[in-house]
Write a protein that binds this ligand. Structure first.
Ligand SMILES: Nc1nc2c(ncn2[C@@H]2O[C@H](COP(=O)(O)OP(=O)(O)O)[C@@H](O)[C@H]2O)c(=O)[nH]1
Ligand SMILES: C=C(OP(=O)(O)O)C(=O)O
Ligand SMILES: [Mn+2]
Length: 597
């Protein structure tokens, strides 16, 4: 049996890479698939696998006149989000994973998961999916190979990454590739593991079919393994969108922004500025992940390692995000949305009337007025970035784009003002490190609880969070021209729970201020927390239909709220113990003294 599989791995393989062949054979020996298919990324292959997925009921074809090339997938109802409590960093020493990660000893993890993987692909096909994170040929780019028994994963990976022959060609005979193994298993909620082995450049994911757990190039490789490699190699792997903003004068400024999952990255990356901003243009480089390193001119250059968007569906409409609506009009895979009687998709917050009758995300009949949501709150679209009407021409640039501003933002109903600028790099790292955000449906667990989420990386940092923050501080020395750092909060609410700031396209007003600050064009006001827009010569509010007291409330700084906030930050820093960077502790002391002790 084993030798048959080893032979199968070799004979049909479109590569002679000995390390790759040996590894595929070894994994096939363990998982015992009936057959092995090497994916080439071609259109033929896409058609064949799509037809097969439809036949097996994994994909439901949508109305092809309304949504050409689009399909609906319904996941197992208890497998709809990332599972942070089952996600592990497997380093030889527990301290290397740090207090914010779950840890398992590597041998123990290989043994434990090995038991689940043994025979897990019996009666199934193992797909070998070579993929590149980053443009083909870019010095930033990393190659991964994911072995999976899920056609859904293959079809998603094909959208999310540069997949198939192009990646295999770039790898050549090198042994420098991420080894990813995924098996859907029986989706038993108690037998689900997402294990990362940074020392071995390996990821084993068992028992889930949800994107963030199984599209291994994304959160697992590009962030968890990426952040680990980035520290060793002197660069940053961040949970950030990248956009270019061009003024009517033709000046383009590139900005990267970190917001936790389901806190507005995709929306900000493709927003359309309000009518007052005639002649301004926003273009998307990336909507989720940025790999950033100092370039030869001393500036910080960023690439988006992905090729598609795995975006939150609910709340997306022609008012909030018209470009996303265009992006998902064709060639898109929808997961866990509702189905209309005429074969289109529907979700809470879509334009138009709520339909009288639907099939909900679990395939059950649904009627208007039902207390249950028709689409799952974490329902997702997977769409190629080439569908995006405002895709930046630099999205495929192997050298990336020079970043002038970094923005950190969370979902906070209180405390954090609309926008402020850090005094300097160290203070900016402090702002990122002390970020808090209310939890969302992107991960299983309670929604709406404030937790510390440094740089929006709490669930995605592949090593000790204290070392990570120190790495950010150290990067200051290797970046000749440091980006300016900002903090934003689109989610502050009034007493009745109404958002104080209209958000979405109107965030352009904040972005314009950021751009003006970067180029030293507007004065600011110093506050305890950082620099903020002045009343005069501050935010451009022309044409904004918003009472002045709401803007005042959204931008206010309340010292009593900050005293509470500082206590919560203290608990976080205490968790880091002796690894809490000294420079950040000094920043903290300065803030406490500014607040009057
Ligand atoms: N109130 C408000 N909601 C927003 C804003 N931007 C995004 N959202 C909502 O937040 C959710 C997640 O947004 P998304 O851009 O997909 O977040 P991502 O997961 O970080 O990419 C969606 O339901 C959006 O409609 C904003 O500026 N204001
Ligand atoms: C893809 C995910 O996140 P985001 O909302 O940041 O896109 C995820 O959390 O699995
Ligand atoms: Mn997103």
């Amino acid at each position: 049996m084993a030798s048959t599989q080893a032979a199968a791995a070799g004979t049909q393989a479109p590569t002679k890479n000995p390390t790759l062949l040996a590894w595929v054979a070894r994994m096939a020996e363990m998982t015992q698939p009936d057959s092995i298919v090497w994916c080439d990324g071609s259109e033929d292959e896409k058609k064949r696998l799509t037809d097969q997925a439809v036949k097996e009921g994994i994909l439901i074809p949508l109305n092809q006149e309304k949504r050409p090339g689009c399909y609906l997938h319904r996941s197992n109802p208890n497998d709809v989000a990332r599972v942070e409590h089952l996600t592990f960093i497997c380093t030889p020493n527990k301290t290397d994973a740090g207090p914010t990660n779950n840890w398992m000893e590597p041998e123990e993890a290989y043994t434990k998961l090995g038991q689940h993987f043994t025979g897990s692909m019996k009666g199934r096909t193992m797909y070998v999916v070579p993929y590149a994170m980053g443009p083909i040929g870019s010095p930033f780019t990393k190659i991964g190979v994911e072995l999976t028994d899920s056609v859904y994963v293959v079809l998603n990976m094909r959208i999310m990454a540069r997949m198939g022959k192009q990646a295999l060609d770039m790898l050549g005979d090198s042994d420098d590739f991420n080894r990813g193994l995924h098996s859907t298993g029986d989706v038993n909620p108690d037998r689900r593991y997402i294990c990362h082995f940074p020392q071995d450049n390996t990821i084993w994911s068992f028992g889930s079919g949800y994107g963030g757990n199984v599209l291994l190039g994304k959160k697992c490789l590009a962030l968890r393994i990426g952040s680990y490699v980035g520290r060793e190699e002197g660069w940053l792997a961040e949970h950030m969108l990248i956009l270019g903003v061009t003024s009517p004068k033709g000046e383009t400024t590139y900005v990267a922004a970190a917001f936790p999952s389901a806190c507005g990255k995709t929306n900000f990356a493709m927003m359309i500025p309000p009518a007052e901003y005639k002649g301004w243009k926003i273009e998307t480089v990336g909507d989720d992940i940025a790999w950033m390193r100092p370039g030869p001119d001393g500036r910080l250059y960023a690439i988006n390692p992905e090729a598609g968007y795995f975006g939150v569906v609910p709340g997306t409409n022609y008012k909030t995000n018209p470009n996303a609506m265009e992006t998902i009009a064709k060639d898109t895979l929808f997961t866990n949305v509702a189905l209309t009687p005429d074969g289109d998709v529907w979700w809470e917050g879509k334009d138009g009337e709520v339909p009288e009758e639907l099939t909900d995300w679990q395939g059950r009949p649904w009627k208007k007025g039902s207390a249950e949501k028709a689409a799952h709150p974490n329902s997702r679209f997977t769409a190629p970035m080439s569908n995006n009407p405002v895709l930046s021409s630099k999205a495929n640039d192997p050298m990336g784009v020079p970043i002038s501003a970094l923005i950190f933002g969370g979902r906070r109903s209180t405390t954090v003002p609309l926008v402020l600028q850090a005094f300097n790099w160290t203070h900016g790292v402090f702002l990122g490190a002390t970020m808090g955000s209310e939890t969302t449906a992107a991960a299983t667990g309670k929604v709406g609880v404030v937790r510390r989420d440094p740089m929006a990386m709490l669930p995605f940092c592949g090593y000790h969070m204290g070392d990570y923050l120190q790495h950010w501080l150290d990067m200051q020395k290797s970046i000749g021209q440091l980006p300016k750092i900002f903090q934003v909060n689109w989610f502050r609410q009034d007493k009745n729970g109404k958002f104080l700031w209209p958000g979405f396209g109107e965030n352009m007003r904040v972005l314009e201020w950021v751009v003006n600050r970067v180029h030293g064009r507007v004065p600011t006001k110093e506050t305890l927390l950082g620099w903020v827009p002045r009343q005069d010569e501050g935010l451009n509010l022309k044409g904004l239909d918003l009472p002045a007291d709401m803007v005042a409330e959204a931008t206010s700084i309340k010292e009593d709220e900050w005293k509470t906030e500082l206590k919560s930050q203290e608990v976080f820093f205490e968790q880091l113990g002796t690894k809490a960077p000294e420079a950040l502790m000094l920043q903290r002391k300065l803030l406490i003294s500014r607040l009057g002790g």
